[in-house]
Each structure stands twice: as C-alpha cells, then as structure tokens.
Design a protein around this ligand. Structure first.
Ligand SMILES: [Zn+2]
Length: 244
C-alpha cells in the first residue's frame, strides 16, 4: 500500500507543477498583452508627436515662402519708384511699400511663432522617443522571457506530464479505487489530496493525528485518511519532501 501512496504523492507533486505552470502561462500571456499594449500606445503617441513636429516644420516653410514673396513684391515696387513721373503715383507707390513692410513684419512674427512651437514639439518628441524605447524594451524582454525561459519550463512540465501518464497507468492497475479517490480529493482539496504526516501532525491541515492512526500510516499496510481534512496520509521519510 505504501507504494501506491508514494505514487500518488509523486502524481500530486506533478499535478501541483502542472497547475502552477498553467497559472504562470496565463499570467505571462496577460503581462505580454499589457507590455504590447503600452508599446503600441507609445508608438502611436510618438507618431503623433512626430506628425506635430512635421506640421510645424511645414508651417514655417510656408511662412518663409510668403515672406520671400512679400520681399520680392516690395523690391518690385521700389524699382518701379525710380520710373514714376507724377507725385500722385509716387505717393501711391510709397504707400504700397509701407503696406508691404507691415505685411513683412507680420510674416516675420509668424515665422518666430512657428519656430517656438517647433522647439516645444521637439522637446516633446525627445520625451516620446524615450518612452517608446522604454516600452519597446519591456515588451521585448517579456517576449524573450516567454519564448526562452517559459518555453524551457513548459517543455520540462510536458516531460513531467508524460511521467504522470506512466504513474497513473500504474495506479490504475494497482488500485483504481484509490486513484479515483485521489482524483475526487484533488478536486475537493484544491490540488492537495495527499498530505505528509510529520511528528504526528497532518501537514495538509496542521491537525495532530491520533496515535493509532499515526501508527497505521507508519505501517503503510492500508490507505489512511486524515480524520480532520480527509487527505490521504503519507509517512514522512527524509527523501520525500513535504511538497510545500
Ligand atoms: Zn489533515
């Protein structure tokens, strides 16, 4: 009987690993999703800032072109000034030059405005670049963890799963009823059907085991349940860890 319980204990250890591996897998997938979402968000944010910078750049170029046009217009009027014969025409041309000069001043102010806006946008761009690189780093590290570390761990879990198939095969041959009870307890006890008894104490529920029951566990002739938590009891031998 002791042999069956040892097998059950091994199965339980593997079941514990399988359960936590599934939780880890789920958690990793969620972390990956979060990292990817913030990376995509940083990417979009950075793109928006870059578009902003580009639009200010275009605005400045447009305003510089307007300025150049106004300057050449002023030059033309000034050249015409030399050829003017009447005072009336002369006054009109001077007035036109004054109007263009005011226009030039406006254009120059607008260009300065564009340059200020551009400077602000460039500072923002630096920040969004840093955030993008940070988010990309987190995402890539998470991806690496999942593709390398988690995969290695899950491959090992798969090997244990195969080992478990062998063990359950043995159990089904040796004591199908005990294995059925184990499965029932696994569900009821949230993955802990077998408990080690250490110094007359059930390590599953921490209750002290009556001496007679403890002796039965030590004899290992039949399957013994903890009177408190109903777990299958296993004797504590040095090489078997407590599974805690
Ligand atoms: Zn117990």
């Amino acid at each position: 009987m002791k042999r069956q319980i040892d097998i059950l204990y091994k199965i339980q250890k593997i079941d514990t690993v399988i359960k936590s591996s599934e939780e880890l897998k789920k958690r990793s997938a969620e972390e990956m999703q979060t990292a990817e979402a913030s990376y995509r968000k940083a990417e979009a944010q950075h793109q928006a800032v870059q578009d902003h910078v580009a639009s200010f750049e275009k605005q400045r170029r447009d305003r510089e072109r307007d300025l150049a046009e106004a300057q050449s217009q002023k030059k033309k009027v000034e050249e015409r000034l030399m050829l003017i014969k009447t005072n009336k025409e002369y006054q009109a041309a001077l007035h036109e030059i004054e109007t263009i000069k005011a226009l030039i001043k406006d254009k120059e102010d607008l260009i300065l405005e564009s340059m200020d806006a551009m400077e602000g946008a460039k500072a923002e761009q630096k920040k969004s670049e840093a955030e993008l690189s940070r988010a990309r780093g987190v995402f890539e590290e998470k991806k690496r963890q999942i593709e390398v570390e988690l995969k290695a761990y899950l491959d090992d879990v798969d090997r244990q799963r195969q080992e478990r198939d062998g063990l359950t095969g043995q159990m089904q041959q040796l004591a199908p009823d005990i294995y059925a009870e184990y499965q029932r307890q696994m569900k009821a006890k949230n993955g802990r059907a077998v408990a080690v008894v250490s110094y007359e104490q059930c390590m599953g529920c921490s209750m002290k085991i009556p001496a007679q029951i403890y002796n039965e566990v030590m004899l290992g002739e039949k399957i013994v349940f903890c009177p408190n938590c109903n777990r299958i009891l296993l004797v504590n031998i040095e090489e078997v860890d407590t599974g805690q």
